[in-house]
Design a binder for this molecule. Structure first.
Ligand code: HPA
Ligand code: ZN
Length: 343
C-alpha cells in the first residue's frame, strides 16, 4: 500500500466530478439493510451486521450479485427507496460529486411484487431534494441481462408512464453468457424513445461484448470496459471515438477482475488515450465511495494531480447534460484547480 499524502487526498476528494457508474442498490450499507429489514418485517439469512459484512468476500461477479440481490430484498416502500437515495446523494456530495447518473435495477424489485411506481417515486423524491440543494442528478434504468429479452421489454413498457423520471437505459448483472446482442431490440426501442444508452461490457466478458454494446445497442458509454486492453484494434477505436469508460477500481479488485489496485489497468488505459473515469459501482460492498476510489487508485498507480484532474474532467464531459450545464461544470472544475494550485 502506498503512503497517501493527506493534502493530495483532500485535493482528490474535493475535485468537482461526476459519478457515472453507481448502482443505487449497491449503496445500501449493512446497517441500513438491517434497519429496513426490521422496519419491513423482512427475514434475512444473516444474524447480524457483522455476519453480513463477513459474507462480503467475493470470488467473482456472480458471488457478489447473489448477496447484492439478497440485500435489496429489504426495499419495499417508496420511503425505503427515498432513504437509500438520500443517503447516497449526501455521501456523494461530500466526495465532490456535482453530477450523479444513478443506476437502478427495477426488475430486482418488481419480481418481488414491488410496483415500478414505488421504486421510481421513492428514488425521485430523493433526487428532487438533492436537486433543490444544488446537486445535478438523474436516473438510468438498468435491465438485468440474466433475465430474458421479453422481461426487459415488459420492464421498459412498465416504466413508460414515468418516462420523464429517467434519462437512459443500461445493462447489468451476470455478464458472461449474456451478450449485448440479446437486448438489441429492447435498446432500439429505448433509443427511439430518446433515451440515452449505456451498457456494462468487458468487466468479466470478452472485448467483443464491448464491440456489440457499441454496434448493436448504440451504447454512448461503456461501463467497466477494462478488458478492451486485450484487443488493440478496439482500444484504437475507443480512443479515436472518445468513448467514455466508467471504470470502478475497487469493484475490479473485490470481484477479482484484477488482483491488486497496484495492478489495475487504469493507468495503461489512460496511457492508451482512453476516456477513463473513476466510479464506485457498489460502494457499500466494495470498500469505499468515489472519493476513496480516486485517492487509493491514484496512490496505488502513481497518478498525479494533472492525471486526476483529467479523469474528473472526462467524467464531467461524459455526463448526459446539455452544453450550457456542462460548461458550468467544467468552469467549477477549473475554479477548483486554480484555487488549489500550489497548495
Ligand atoms: N456488474 C454487473 N452488474 C452489476 C454490477 C457490476 O459491477 N454491480 C451491480 N450490478
Ligand atoms: Zn456496475
Amino acid at each position: 500500500m502506498s503512503a497517501i499524502d493527506p493534502a493530495f487526498a483532500t485535493f482528490l476528494v474535493g475535485l468537482p466530478k461526476a459519478e457515472l457508474h453507481v448502482h443505487i442498490e449497491g449503496t445500501l450499507e449493512p446497517e441500513t439493510i438491517f434497519r429496513l429489514a426490521a422496519r419491513n418485517g423482512v427475514a434475512l439469512a444473516y444474524e447480524s451486521v457483522e455476519a453480513l459484512r463477513a459474507a462480503y468476500a467475493f470470488t467473482d461477479l456472480q458471488s457478489f450479485l447473489d448477496i447484492y440481490y439478497a440485500g435489496a430484498s429489504v426495499l419495499l416502500t417508496a420511503a425505503d427507496f427515498a432513504d437509500m437515495g438520500r443517503a447516497y446523494l449526501a455521501r456523494a456530495a461530500a466526495d465532490g460529486v456535482i453530477r450523479a447518473e444513478i443506476f437502478f435495477d427495477p426488475q430486482t424489485h418488481t419480481a418481488r411484487g414491488v410496483a415500478m411506481a414505488t421504486v421510481i417515486e421513492g428514488l425521485t423524491r430523493a433526487l428532487d431534494e438533492a436537486r433543490a440543494g444544488g446537486m445535478s442528478c438523474d436516473l438510468i434504468l438498468c435491465f438485468l441481462r440474466h433475465l430474458s429479452e421479453e422481461d426487459a421489454f415488459a420492464t421498459l413498457r412498465a416504466a413508460l408512464p414515468f418516462r420523464d423520471a429517467f434519462i437512459g437505459v443500461g445493462l447489468d448483472s451476470s455478464e458472461v453468457g449474456h451478450p449485448p446482442e440479446k437486448f438489441a431490440r429492447v435498446f432500439a426501442e429505448a433509443r427511439a424513445l430518446g433515451l440515452h444508452v449505456v451498457a456494462h461490457a468487458g468487466e468479466e466478458g470478452p472485448p467483443d461484448y464491448i464491440v456489440q454494446a457499441l454496434d448493436l445497442l448504440g451504447a454512448e458509454r461503456i461501463d467497466h470496459g477494462v478488458r478492451c486492453l486485450e484487443d488493440a484494434d478496439l482500444v484504437a477505436r475507443l480512443a479515436r471515438e472518445r468513448v467514455p469508460l466508467t471504470v470502478c477500481p475497487f469493484s475490479n479488485v473485490k470481484l477479482r477482475v484484477c488482483d491488486r489496485l497496484e495492478d489495475h489497468p487504469l493507468r495503461r488505459m489512460l496511457e492508451a488515450g482512453l476516456a477513463v473515469t473513476i466510479n464506485s459501482d457498489d460502494p457499500a460492498y466494495f470498500g469505499g465511495q468515489i472519493g476513496a476510489n480516486y485517492v487509493e487508485t491514484c496512490a496505488a498507480l502513481g497518478l498525479d494531480r494533472a492525471a486526476a484532474a483529467r479523469i474528473a474532467r472526462t467524467s464531467l464531459e461524459a455526463s448526459f447534460v446539455d452544453a450550457a450545464t456542462k460548461a458550468g461544470f467544467l468552469a467549477r472544475l477549473d475554479a477548483h484547480l486554480a484555487a488549489t494550485a500550489g497548495a
